[in-house]
Design a protein around this ligand. Structure first.
Ligand code: ATP
Length: 310
C-alpha cells in the first residue's frame, strides 16, 4: 500500500549546522504519526522539507506517492499544513482568513466547522490582530484542518495551549484520523506523543534514534518499573552501591530535577534493598514512588538527558 509520507535519507545542512542529518522513515496512511524531539532536533526542518517549503540538501521526500520537489502543486492540493508561526493578514477576520485558505483546496471543510474544531467559532468575526497568542495558534491549526487534506501536518500543534485546549485538540486530531486522513505531527511533549500517536520517531540532533509505537518503544527499552526518589545528596560511592543493589540488573539514571531513578524488574527486592541501604547509610528517602516506565524514560535512556529540560 502507498504510504502517506516517505522520507529517504533526508539531509538539510545550514553551513556547518546539520539540522537534519540523514533521516529515513515512512508514515502509514490513516495513522497519527509523531515526530518527537527536543527543541532544535530538526523537526520543523523535516516537516517543512516534506511539504515543499524548504529544499533538502540531499535525499528524497514523497507525499501520497508524489515526489514533493517534482509535483509540488499536486502535493499542496492534498495536504493541510500548520506552521509554528504562520504569516497571516492582520486585518482580516478569522472567518475571512479561513475562507481564503479554504479557497486553495478542491474540497475544503466548512469554515465554521474548522473554527469549531479548535474552539474559535465565537471568534469568526474577530480580526486576526486582536487574537491572543493561544487563539492565533489555534487559528493556525484550523488553517490546516480547513484543507480537509488527506495528510494534515501539524508542527507542535499544542505548544502554548492550556491543558483543556490541549486535550480538546487531541480529540480533534483523533477525529481527523477517524475520517481516514493521516496526521503527521511534531511535539516535544512526551505525554502527548504517548497518548495520541500510533507510531513515532524520536529525533535528536538531526538523527532518528528510535522508532515504533509508544508501547513498543517503552517495552523494548524498559521491561522494568521505575523506582524514583528525591536525591538526598548521594555521593559517587552511594551511586555505585545503588547500581549494585538492583538485583535485576536494571539501569540507573538521575534526571536533572534532583530525582534518582532505579529501573527494576523486581521491584520488591529493589525497594527493600533501597530502604535498607538508605537506613544504614543514614540518608533520607523522600518522595519514593514506583511507576511504569514512560517515553520520558526512553528518551533519558537513549540520550542520557531529559527532553523537557533542554
Ligand atoms: P523547535 O522545536 O525549536 O522548532 P526543531 O526540532 O523543530 O526545534 P529545527 O527548527 O528544525 O528544530 O532546527 C534544527 C536545527 O537547525 C537547529 O539547530 C536550528 O538552529 C537550525 N536551523 C534551523 N533553521 C535554520 C536556518 N535557516 N539557518 C541556520 N540554522 C537553522
Amino acid at each position: 500500500m502507498e504510504n502517506a509520507v516517505e522520507v529517504r535519507n533526508l539531509k538539510k545542512y545550514y553551513g556547518d549546522v546539520k539540522a537534519v542529518n540523514g533521516v529515513t522513515f515512512e508514515v502509514e496512511k490513516g495513522t497519527i504519526f509523531g515526530m518527537l524531539g527536543p527543541n532544535g532536533a530538526g523537526k520543523t526542518t523535516t516537516i517543512e522539507t516534506i511539504v515543499g517549503l524548504l529544499e533538502g540538501t540531499e535525499g528524497e521526500v514523497y507525499v501520497l506517492g508524489m515526489k514533493t520537489e517534482e509535483e509540488l502543486s499536486g502535493v499542496k492540493r492534498r495536504i493541510g499544513v500548520q506552521l509554528q508561526d504562520p504569516s497571516l493578514f492582520p486585518r482580516l477576520t478569522v472567518g475571512e482568513t479561513l475562507d481564503l485558505f479554504a479557497s486553495f483546496y478542491p474540497d475544503p471543510l466548512d469554515v465554521e466547522e474548522a473554527a469549531e474544531q479548535v474552539g474559535l467559532k465565537e471568534s469568526l468575526g474577530g480580526r486576526v490582530n486582536s487574537l491572543s497568542g493561544g487563539q492565533r495558534h489555534r487559528l493556525a491549526v484550523s488553517l490546516a484542518l480547513v484543507s480537509n487534506g488527506e495528510v494534515v501536518f501539524l508542527d507542535e500543534p499544542t505548544t502554548g495551549l492550556d491543558p483543556k485546549a490541549r486535550r480538546d485538540l487531541w480529540d480533534t486530531i483523533r477525529r481527523v484520523r477517524q475520517k481516514g486522513a493521516t496526521v503527521f505531527m511534531t511535539t516535544h511533549y512526551m505525554d502527548e506523543a504517548e497518548k495520541i500517536c500510533d507510531d513515532l520517531v524520536i529525533i535528536d540532533h538531526g538523527k532518528i534514534i528510535a522508532r515504533g509505537s509508544p508501547k513498543e518503544l517503552i517495552e523494548d527499552n524498559f521491561p522494568h518499573q521505575a523506582v524514583e526518589f528525591t536525591d538526598p545528596g548521594l555521593n559517587p560511592e552511594d551511586r555505585d552501591n545503588l547500581t549494585d543493589i538492583d538485583a535485576s540488573g536494571g539501569i540507573n539514571f538521575e534526571d536533572e530535577e534532583g530525582k534518582v531513578i532505579l529501573y527494576s524488574e523486581d521491584v520488591a527486592t529493589t525497594v527493600t534493598a533501597l530502604i535498607d541501604y538508605m537506613r544504614n547509610s543514614g540518608k533520607g528517602l523522600e518522595d519514593l514512588q514506583v511507576r511504569s516506565a514512560t517515553l520520558d524514560d526512553v528518551f533519558l535512556k537513549l540520550t542520557g538527558r531529559g527532553i523537557e529540560n533542554e
